[in-house]
Design a protein around this ligand. Structure first.
Ligand SMILES: Cc1cc2nc3c(=O)[nH]c(=O)nc-3n(C[C@H](O)[C@H](O)[C@H](O)COP(=O)(O)OP(=O)(O)OC[C@H]3O[C@@H](n4cnc5c(N)ncnc54)[C@H](O)[C@@H]3O)c2cc1C
Length: 530
């Protein structure tokens, strides 16, 4: 690949050949409606991330045919499964002119093994599809879903997405991949390399180095099948909500929570949110405030009074198991949080109606998320700052401790206020780390607010980067900047990634720039390089 954008002659020749191998209906060339491949929350320079078209293969053979054309013409592809990577760029590509390789038509659920608890999926399978499949067949298995159910199980797991059951670390449930490399070779990782093995989705290790991780947040291959562990359905679920009265309760609450998570008393990702975040999921901000700056403290106080909210922080999580276990866990959790004055905790038990355990569909409603039921409630927050609300996610990883949470909370709160952005603070507690999830919301039509949102994200990445805090996931426009922070030993990790990139994809056609990894010929496109 030359590194320059492909010429119009190259592009039109490539689209002609793609239509010949895939059929007209599977190719959206220049001139087609490509709005589905734009970042719905595009801002400033990110509006420049435009594809020249998209292809929608239906089989591994068709994926290989697309690769052959892309290699011949030196045209970059940008792989998405369903392209709902909202807050991080959606389905838009990192480089202009790329062809989106949209895998949504490869949407078969190839296998679900109830006994061993796994599924083998193609990339186009949405959370809604897998849920429907398990439900219709009354399989005694639960999946885990992110807050929005329309995305791809495979795409989300490859991005290291987060859900809210004990299987909520989606990448950790991956067991075995099928990957098409840039040269068209088809590789199965782990036990999948052994013809006739029935352990591909059962044993992660395989023989020799483990390679699954190479294809997560990566541009080294195209994942065409993914094995995912599913959870045997438990006897019951207690959906818990805890409230903490004061802003200053954050430190103690996170310390207690961290210990409960590490000891696996609380078994799922627990979500702590401040009062602004809670309110944003239910009401538009304009009900109380329409100033261009961040909501002042007096306004937040007024909201609390109007809504009768006697608390500052809300924590949501599930407890899982048979009734005796649920009761014991709840008592331990109650006792632990009672060390925080004024803390209140409630739990609603959902118990199995028969001997098979609790079917996830018996938990539909607000607690459904804790049983992996896909939903759309989180979309409400996107109306908080107006009908045409943009959204950028800031999601650094912190060590799970109260002191660390407070340090980052105060730092981010001050920077958000300086930039006129409301701070919807969220901490998702895993066993050893917190994911700080801050959806930066802005009114897209307001140019100043939009540029403030981007400037805020830029500042947070750089300033927290200096303090050793890095993000786990990146919007297209910030992939290079975030990669810049991971600089140990003169960017040894980036050099290794790029050595692998050049070996596996010498023409640099697979998702150039993904996660700040550039192929040799287009390395100059890294932001800040020129
Ligand atoms: C209001 C709101 C709430 C959200 N809540 C959550 C949440 O709770 N948890 C969470 O994790 N996310 C959340 N998100 C972010 C996002 O919507 C989801 O993560 C979503 O599932 C990602 O989109 P997708 O599944 O369509 O993946 P895709 O967009 O298809 O894929 C994501 C990326 O993975 C890579 N990729 C995809 N498929 C392949 C493949 N076959 N081979 C190689 N690489 C591939 C590509 O780089 C792609 O850009 C939220 C977003 C919003 C707006």
């Amino acid at each position: 690949m030359s590194g320059a954008s492909p010429s119009s002659v190259q592009i039109s020749s490539a689209y002609g050949q793609l239509a010949a191998v895939l059929g007209e209906g599977a190719v959206l060339g220049p001139g087609s409606d490509l709005s589905a491949y734009e970042d719905p929350y595009a801002f400033g320079s990110s509006a420049g991330f435009r594809c020249s078209g998209a292809v929608l293969p239906k089989s591994v053979e068709e994926v290989r045919a697309v690769l052959a054309v892309a290699n011949r013409h030196g045209i970059p592809l940008w792989t998405v499964s369903t392209g709902r990577n909202l807050g991080y760029g959606g389905a838009a590509p990192r480089v202009n002119g790329a062809i989106v390789l949209d895998m949504q038509r490869m949407n078969r659920i190839l296998e679900v093994d109830e006994e061993h608890g796994y599924a083998l999926l193609e990339p186009g399978v949405r959370f809604l599809d897998l849920y429907g499949y398990l439900r219709e067949r009354r399989l005694k298995l639960w999946m885990s879903a992110p807050s929005l159910g329309w995305g791809s199980v495979v795409g989300n797991a490859l991005e290291r997405g987060i859900g809210y059951t004990p299987h909520g670390d989606h990448a950790a449930q991956i067991c075995g991949l099928e990957v098409v490399l840039a040269n068209g070779d088809v590789v199965r990782t782990g036990m999948g390399a052994l013809p006739g093995a029935n352990t591909w989705q059962i044993y992660k290790g395989g023989y020799g180095p483990s390679l699954d991780g190479l294809f997560l947040q990566s541009n080294f291959g195209i994942v065409t099948k993914l094995g995912l562990w599913l959870m045997p359905q438990p006897g019951g679920l207690t959906s818990c909500v805890a409230h903490f009265q004061r802003e200053s309760d954050l430190e103690a609450a996170i310390d207690v929570l961290a210990s409960l998570r590490r000891r696996q008393i609380i078994q799922s990702n627990a979500q702590m949110g401040n009062v602004v975040r809670e309110v944003a999921h239910r009401y538009p901000r304009s009900r109380w405030y329409d100033g261009p700056d961040a909501m002042p403290d007096e306004v937040i106080e007024k909201i609390r009074q109007d809504l009768g909210l006697g608390w500052w922080w809300t924590l949501r999580f599930g407890l899982y198991g048979d009734e005796e276990l649920l009761d014991a866990r709840f008592r331990i959790v109650q006792r632990a949080f009672s060390s925080i004055p004024g803390a209140e905790i409630t739990g609603q038990k959902h118990l199995a109606s028969g001997p098979d355990g609790l079917y996830a569909c018996e938990v539909e409603g607000p607690a459904g998320r804790l049983a992996g039921v896909p939903g759309f409630f989180a979309l409400n927050a996107l109306k908080f700052r107006g009908d045409d609300c943009g959204h950028l996610d800031f999601s650094p990883i912190l060590a799970s401790s109260g002191r660390e949470a407070v340090r980052v909370y105060e730092f981010v709160k001050a920077r958000a206020r300086e930039h006129g952005i409301d701070y919807l603070a969220g901490f998702t507690a895993s066993e050893r780390h917190l994911t700080h999830v801050f959806p930066i919301l802005y009114e897209k039509r307001d140019a100043e607010q939009t540029s403030n949102a981007a400037a805020l994200l830029d500042t947070l990445i750089k300033e927290l980067g200096k303090q050793g805090i890095g993000e786990y996931r990146a919007h297209l426009a910030f992939m290079d900047l975030i990669g810049d922070q991971y600089s140990f030993n003169m960017h040894a990790l980036r050099r290794l990634h790029e050595a692998l990139k050049d070996a596996l994809d010498p023409n640099g056609i697979l998702s150039p720039g993904k996660q700040g990894i550039w192929p040799a010929a287009s390395r100059r496109q890294r932001a800040g390089t020129r």
